[in-house]
Design a protein around this ligand. Structure first.
Ligand code: COA
Length: 158
């Protein structure tokens, strides 16, 4: 049976930093479920359906990746999909405290649910979805930061 891990985020939109982590994870694990959070706390530019579709399209070259939208607790989503491991990216020391807290809270919600951390590739260390949206909003060039389907979708939002 293939070992399934979950990579969750808002992905508004998915960036090359996210994609780098997904690609690396596909080499280590049997299946990567990219869990796209509804996240009512943020007011996303792209709808949940659009964000999930953009993840799907950006990962089309990876046969062991599935994009699934979700709302509610990530730990419950993991249990539903029989996954015992979450993966998260840590981009620098600023992320660490929050990530440890999140990992512990997730484990409290689903006993045995582990979190595995990935360091970022150097070139994506300072990237975030907010920055991509911000650069784009001010007519900057985001070509180097996002997969081709996202670039197309951003242009269609104009
Ligand atoms: N490359 C580029 N950008 C990255 C990145 C990487 N490797 N890793 C993270 N980022 C960016 C994200 O795009 C995000 O940018 P944004 O704030 O501009 O949208 C930012 O860094 C923070 O990332 P993250 O902490 O993963 O936030 P998120 O909103 O993408 O995802 C959830 C958070 C969805 C995983 C989390 O809120 C969750 O699990 N929600 C469900 C409810 C729940 O279970 N909560 C836990 C309670 S116990």
């Amino acid at each position: 049976m293939s070992y399934t891990v979950i990579y969750a985020g808002t992905f508004d939109p998915i960036t090359n930093g996210h994609l780098d982590i997904i690609e690396r994870a596909t080499k280590l694990f049997g299946k990567v479920i990219v869990a796209v959070a509804k996240n009512p706390g943020k007011q996303p530019l792209f709808s949940l359906e659009e964000r999930t579709q953009l993840v799907e399209q950006s990962c089309a070259h990876l046969s062991n990746v599935q994009a699934v939208g979700f709302s509610g607790l990530l730990a419950h989503f993991a249990t539903l999909h029989n996954a015992k491991t979450l993966i998260r990216g840590i981009r620098g020391s600023d992320d660490i405290e929050y990530e440890i807290q999140l990992a512990q809270l997730n484990e409290k919600q689903a006993a045995g649910l582990e979190t595995v951390f990935f360091p970022p590739a150097v070139e994506w260390r300072y990237l975030s979805s907010t920055m991509v949206r911000e650069i784009y909003r001010h007519q900057g060039d985001v070509t180097q930061f996002v997969p081709a389907p996202v670039l197309k979708a951003l242009k269609e939002k104009e």
